[in-house]
Each structure stands twice: as C-alpha cells, then as structure tokens.
Ligand binder design. Structure first.
Ligand code: SP5
Ligand code: ZN
Length: 357
C-alpha cells in the first residue's frame, strides 16, 4: 500500500494545551507521525512517499470548496496579528469565546475585531494553539491527503480492494467550515471528498469515521449534502460533547445521509466495536451509488489511550481493517487521532494490513 506524508506536517509543534483545566504538554505531537512511519517501514507491504510540495497548484480552491475564505485567512494571518499586539509568541489561544447568546449582538465584523477576539470566533476549544508554522503544516496535511486521493482515483485499475493511506497531520475531522478545535485546523477528509466529487467524476462518497471522537466537523460540512454519506462510530457523550447523537440524521436533501453510531464509554470491547462497525459497513453498502470510501482513521479507540475510554485490544485493529475491506470500495485512509505512543504505529499498521490481507 502506498503511504503519503510530508515533512512540513511536523512543523506544527505547540508547547501545550489545556485539558480538564490543566496545562499539559501537547498530545498531538509530531512524534506521532514518526511513530506511525517507523512501524510501517518495518513491513514490506508499504511504500512511503513524500507528497509533492507544489501540487496541486490550486490547493487553495480545493480548501475553499470546504472552508470559508475568512476562516482560511484567519489561519494564515492570526499568528502575526496576535504577536504584533503582544500575544504570547509560543502560540495563539482563545481568551474568550463568542457564545451563541452573544451572537445576536454581533454587529461587529470579525475582520475588524482585535486579534485577541478572533480565536473566540474561529475556535471552539483550548486544543488548537496556532504557532508560527501551524498554517504551513495544515496545508501540508491537505497536500498529503489530496496526493493520496489523486493516486486512488488515477491508479486503482478498477479494483475494489485498492487502498491508500494519507499519513496526515494535523488531523482534520473536528474542523467545521469555519471553526477549528480538537487538534484539527483544516478538514483533510472533507477536502478529499470534495476533490473526488469535483475533479474525478465521483457521484457519491462515503466517509466512515472510526476515530474515538465524533467528527463534528465532517458532519457539519456535509449535513445538507446527499453526495457525501457520513457514518461515525464514536464514544457516546465524550468530547466534543455537543454532537454525535444517533438522532442527527442529516437535513434537507441530506436527510438520511448522516449516521451516528455512539458506543458506551468503559464498556466498548473488541466484539461490540466490530459488530457495530459491520452495521456501519452495511449502511454504506446499502448505498450502491457510493464510488469511493474515505476512512477517518483514529486509533484512539485503543484501551490504553491517555484521553479515551474504550477497551479495544491490539488484536482488534486487523479485524477493523478486514471489515473496511468487506465494503469493497476504493478506499482512502486518512489519519486522525491516537495518542498512546507505544502502540500507535502498530495499531495503524494493524488496520492497514487487515485491509490488505
Ligand atoms: C483528532 C482527535 O482525536 N482530537 C481529539 C481532541 C480531544 N481533546 C479533548 C479531550 C478531552 C479528554 N477528556 C479526558 C477524559 C479522560 N477520561
Ligand atoms: Zn479522536
């Protein structure tokens, strides 16, 4: 299997985040990429390739098919605006949040706000510090994902068992059209889905999100869109807390194209997880019009993950890959979460080998 990566994705390296009220070392570290790459290189089954730095030329347009112009300009410029008025040089953090009950008074245009205020408009938590290199790394993450998507669309030889892995970082599935959070700045999976629809004649994409956390961003981006079927397995009631209920089914023409399968914290075992994943696979197979599968691949479902509460063992990951394979679609795996450094690489490799096997 081909694996795409890019060294620029390592440049995003904030010192800390705030988790449960504690200032802690940033969990979503560049070492994650090195750990995954290291594990994949131990197997002959993978060929690790650097994404081209200047492709696609119209990467901005690909991003703007998903995210608002104001938001992308915010990501690009906020670090220098913030440091220019005395914000801490390590990273941009929200100081306040524009709560929904304040929005009815929102006569003020976001562009004219203080750089101290803008993060409270474009960010929903304290896990998305923006450093001097964050924008560059987020762009690299998109490049990695689009390079893998292009390869999938052009080199697949019609095989339904064809897969490719985007070793993307920073991750993406928490990012909405104009809102970052949860270590995510640009929604790689969503941008790839739009790219396949708009540049490769796809009629319908399924996004299967198997990160432990609900992909609120991907759900929001496609909530009204019947061309993207979003199916997510995630922990019931955990972060991002406000989304992920099974009652969220899509809206307008998108009604019926959003499926949330929440699972219990502390009680989700390998068997319960795989049974639920088979239900997700059935939902996707019921939509014959789906021509590509994008998998938002998180392995923060592992029992020892430091911020998550499922009970999955390492033996579960090849089973997960096999079930994804049974969907029988050309498949783009996009890296999302997973924070137990000792097993991160092996667990990702397990999924990908299970798919190949
Ligand atoms: C891409 C991704 O996996 N982002 C996850 C961001 C999670 N950030 C906040 C996690 C809150 C953790 N609460 C700890 C409870 C410990 N049981
Ligand atoms: Zn996650």
């Amino acid at each position: 299997m081909r694996v795409y990566w890019h060294s620029d994705s390592l440049l995003h390296d904030p010192p800390h985040e705030i988790l449960s009220g504690r200032l802690v070392t940033y969990l979503e570290s560049p070492d994650r990429v090195k750990a995954i790459e290291g594990a994949l290189e131990q197997s002959d089954a993978f060929e690790v390739i650097a994404a081209e730095t200047d492709w696609p030329e119209d990467i901005k347009d690909c991003i703007l098919a998903v995210h608002s112009k104001e938001y992308v300009e915010y990501l690009e410029n906020i670090y220098s605006e913030w440091t220019a008025i005395g914000g801490d040089k390590s990273a941009v953090f929200p100081e306040t949040f524009q709560h929904r009950s304040m929005q009815s008074f929102g006569s003020r245009n976001t562009n004219s706000m203080s750089p101290l205020a803008k993060p409270g408009v474009y960010c929903f938590d304290l896990s998305c510090p923006i450093t001097s290199h964050t924008y560059r790394a987020a762009i690299a993450s998109v490049r990695i994902t689009l390079s893998a998507a292009r390869y999938l669309a052009t080199a697949r030889n019609g095989s339904p068992h064809f897969g490719v892995f985007a070793l993307a970082r920073p991750p993406g599935h928490h990012t909405q059209d104009a809102l970052c959070g949860g270590y995510c700045f640009l929604n790689n999976a969503a941008i790839a889905a739009k790219y396949l629809l708009e540049h490769h004649g796809s009629k319908c994409i399924a996004i299967l999100d198997i990160d432990y956390h609900h992909g609120n961003g991907t759900q929001q981006i496609f909530y009204h869109n019947p061309q993207v079927l979003y199916v997510s397995l995630h922990a019931d009631g955990d972060y991002p807390y406000f989304t992920g209920s099974s009652e969220e089914r899509g809206s307008g023409p998108g009604l019926g194209y959003n499926h949330n399968l929440p699972l219990p914290r502390q009680r989700t075992t390998d068997d319960l997880y795989c049974d639920t994943l088979r239900k997700a696979a059935d939902i996707i197979q019921d939509h014959a019009e789906v021509d590509y599968l994008v998998v938002s691949l998180g392995v923060d479902t592992y029992s020892e993950d430091p911020i998550c509460d499922f009970l999955l063992t390492q033996a579960c990951y090849p089973r997960v890959g096999e079930i994804v394979k049974s969907i029988e679609k050309p498949t783009l795996f996009v890296m999302e979460g997973g924070y137990h450094m000792e097993t991160l690489g092996e667990n990702v490799r397990g999924v990908l080998l299970g798919f190949e096997g």
